[in-house]
Structure formats: C-alpha cells, structure tokens
Write a protein that binds this ligand. Sequence first.
Ligand code: HEM
Length: 144
Amino acid sequence: MYSGLLHAHSGLRWLALILLLAAVFVSMQKRSGQAGYTDGDRKLYLFTLISVHTQLLIGLVLFFISPKVDFGMMSDKLYRFYTAEHSLGMLIAIALITVGYSKHKRQTNSAAKHKAVFTFYAIGLLVILASIPWPFRIPGAGWF
Ligand code: HEM
C-alpha cells in the first residue's frame, strides 16, 4: 500500500501543477471581469481544488506510514523535510487554495471571482513549488 500511495502522490503532483498553472493563468487574464465568468472557469477552479485535496488525503496517509516521517529524527535534513517542511508547507498552500475557492464562490461579480482565485491560487502555487521534493534538492526523490 505504501509504494502504491507514494507513486500516486508523486505522479498526481503533475496534474495538480498543470491545473493550478491553468487556473492562475485564466484568472489573471479574466480578472478585469470583461470576459465574464463561464461554466468552464467554474469547473477549472473546482477541479484544481479537488486535485490538491486529493493530494492532501494521500499525503495525510503517507504522513502516518512513511519511514521518512519521524519527529525523533528532526536533526537530519531529509527527515525534517518530510516531517515538517513538506507537510506543513503543503497544508498552508492547500488551506490558501481552499480559502480562495470559497471566497470566489461567495462573490457575485465576475471580476471579484477571478481576483479571489488569482490571489489565493497564485500564492498557493508558489508555496507548493517551494515545498515539492524536487530530485535536484532532496536525495531519493523522483520526477514521477
Ligand atoms: C499539492 C500538495 C502536495 C504535493 C504536490 C506533494 C508532492 C509530493 C511529492 C512529489 C513527493 C515525493 C514522492 C517521491 O519520493 O517520489 C511527496 C512525498 C510525501 N508527501 Fe507530499 N505532496 C503534497 C501534499 C502533502 C501533504 C498535505 C502531506 C501531509 C500532510 C504530504 C506528505 C508527504 C509525505 C509524508 C511524503 C514522503 C513519502 C515517502 O517518501 O515516504 N504531502 N509529496
């Protein structure tokens, strides 16, 4: 189960990143409000939220079963990364994206909807990019 979840969590990063990039790009383009708010925009913002929530669920399970999560080994860079930096960074990013999604739902005009998504999803994307265990940064991490 551990290996299957790890592969799913690692591969799904690309789907989450592609959707986040698309959502940030579309919301940036449309934040003046002139292009309106379409059903396609709503679906893109929703699927982006679902993709990071799926990562959250798998990540939470990994947190309890991974040999790389150990509060007693925090002096070691690799353990500290997965136990604290990666998990906390991702929790913050996913919370920001969730706030952005619910704020955009509550707005009534198109400009305010896109602006809420743009602000929160863009910051979330930056935090995610900084918290991913990229192979050039973290020993043993893969690309997929
Ligand atoms: C959008 C959010 C997230 C992304 C893109 C992401 C991405 C990744 C990636 C690429 C890996 C490395 C897999 C590999 O070694 O090949 C990983 C590992 C891990 N992630 Fe996440 N993650 C996210 C959220 C979370 C959250 C919220 C948690 C926990 C609360 C979490 C816990 C872990 C743990 C414990 C590992 C290490 C598993 C191991 O190697 O034993 N992740 N994550």
